[in-house]
Design a binder for this molecule. Structure first.
Ligand SMILES: Nc1nc2c(c(=O)[nH]1)N[C@H]1C(S)=C(S)[C@@H](COP(=O)(O)OP(=O)(O)OC[C@H]3O[C@@H](n4cnc5c(N)ncnc54)[C@H](O)[C@@H]3O)O[C@H]1N2
Ligand code: MOO
Length: 400
């Protein structure tokens, strides 16, 4: 068996196996947290014409001191049809069209009105253009508002509508099947003999991908029997991605690789030079991609975070599928590294990071108390407190 792959090479190989899924058009609210499959180009100018940014009076740009005669009103949705000459003012509301001839807006707090007579009592608009949103001040028709592969945030939902689009192009949501396997797994956590452990990885993985727009099916726990594992793979016929957890290592009962071979999948790589997560495997059958995650719960989490989430983003058309990293300073000494690059659990607060106490790949409590992974290179010397290290924030699936 070849040497474990370096992390970046393994991630790259996985991402190259996957093509973005077919394009579909959905209404903008349904596109939230998905990725643009086409650049977002403005189909209109916003605002389409000059508008008031305040409630007050529209006056001519060369007549900022008054007094004025109020000759009409421009309310939001009801423009004033006339012209504002020097000496005239038009009552105007926020978001109403600026009448022809007007060059500034005096806020109502700065004037006193008696019938149609208006005088300045406060500061006045000061300069022409004050309190006016000029046409196109947000964007103009034809402008590229967001690039292909950008993540669609709540602001993008509004921007898409504001730009005149009923629909937005995204990629079909990935379909994911998660398979728990292992004879020791108890389906009922409250009925678990000492030789068993509650099956928790499948639920954790489903929760981990919950922030990603995808369809999830879960199967298992499946016993350590080849025919049962093959049947579980067969049952995942509609899945774009099949995730197994457990049975990926070298033990006599680690049957994921033989099951994949019997099912007709082609192994792309097995083993990555990281801790936890070394026995990760990637295979493919046709367009279906299989990610075999190690069974240790923290190993499953870390490999899902480093591989599964980026894979789902790639299938969904994300421009930048890999997780976000940043630098933070250690609050305590970090022990020397070993043979493998290690992703240690830690707590990140305002630029400083504290490694968690439990770093075993079965230590779920320490994982749950952490909010980042600390990237410690292989063979790292002891790093004293204060040293900057690379960290991966875990919130939000590790993306902004
Ligand atoms: N001789 C060697 N032994 C091991 C090696 C090695 O290189 N040589 N690698 C170790 C590493 S690293 C890891 S990681 C584990 C991964 O092994 P598997 O993927 O085969 O996982 P299992 O043996 O099936 O389970 C490991 C552990 O995790 C628990 N588990 C499994 N599935 C679940 C689940 N769905 N929910 C909760 N817990 C689960 C399982 O009970 C075991 O305790 O192999 C090392 N061994
Ligand atoms: O790599 Mo294993 O995932 O150390 O626990």
């Amino acid at each position: 068996m070849s040497a474990p792959l370096p992390l970046e090479e393994a991630q790259q190989r996985l991402l190259e196996l996957a093509e973005p899924l077919p394009l579909e058009r959905v209404d903008p609210p349904s596109a939230l947290d998905r990725w643009l499959a086409e650049p977002l180009v403005a189909a209109r100018t916003q605002p389409a014409c000059a508008m008031s940014a305040m409630d007050g009076y529209a006056v001519a740009g060369n007549d900022l001191s008054g007094p004025w005669q109020v000759i009409g009103e421009s309310a939001a949705g009801h423009p004033f049809a006339g012209f504002v000459a020097a000496g005239h003012a038009v009552r105007i509301s926020t978001g109403a069209v600026l009448p022809d001839g007007a060059g500034a807006v005096v806020v109502q707090e700065d004037v006193s009105r008696d019938g149609d007579r208006l005088i300045l009592t406060g500061d006045g608009p000061g300069s022409p253009g004050k309190h006016i949103r000029r046409a196109g001040s947000d964007f103009s028709e034809g402008a590229v508002l967001a690039d292909l592969g950008a993540r669609i945030s709540p602001a993008h939902v509004a921007l898409t509508l504001s730009a005149g689009h009923r629909h937005v192009a995204v990629r079909r949501m990935p379909r994911l099947t998660i398979i728990d396997s292992g004879d020791e797994l108890a389906a009922d956590p409250a009925d678990c003999a000492p030789h068993q452990v509650p099956a928790s990885n499948g639920a954790m993985l489903a929760a981990l991908v919950a922030s990603h727009r995808c369809e999830v099916n879960r199967r298992g726990p499946i016993p350590d029997q080849l025919d049962e594992l093959i049947a579980a793979l067969e049952a995942a016929a509609g899945a774009d991605v099949i995730v197994t957890s457990g049975g990926a290592s070298v033990g006599d009962h680690d049957l994921v690789i033989p099951a994949l071979q019997a099912w007709g999948a082609e192994l792309d790589f097995w083993k990555v030079a990281i801790k936890p997560g070394k026995p990760l495997l990637v295979a493919r059958r046709g367009r279906q991609i299989v990610l075999g995650l190690p069974g240790n719960p923290v190993s499953s989490f870390v490999t899902a975070w480093l591989f599964l989430l980026p894979l789902l983003r790639r299938l969904s058309g994300a421009a930048d599928p890999l997780p976000m990293k940043r630098t933070a300073h250690l609050t305590a000494d970090l022990a020397a590294g070993g043979e493998r690059r290690e992703f240690l659990r830690g707590v990140l607060t305002e630029g400083v990071v504290t490694p968690a106490l439990g770093q075993d790949s079965g230590a779920l409590a320490a994982l749950a108390g952490s909010n980042c992974l600390i990237d410690r290179p292989a063979h790292s010397p002891v790093l004293p407190a204060g040293t900057p290290v690379l960290v991966y924030p875990l919130e939000n699936g590790g993306i902004a």
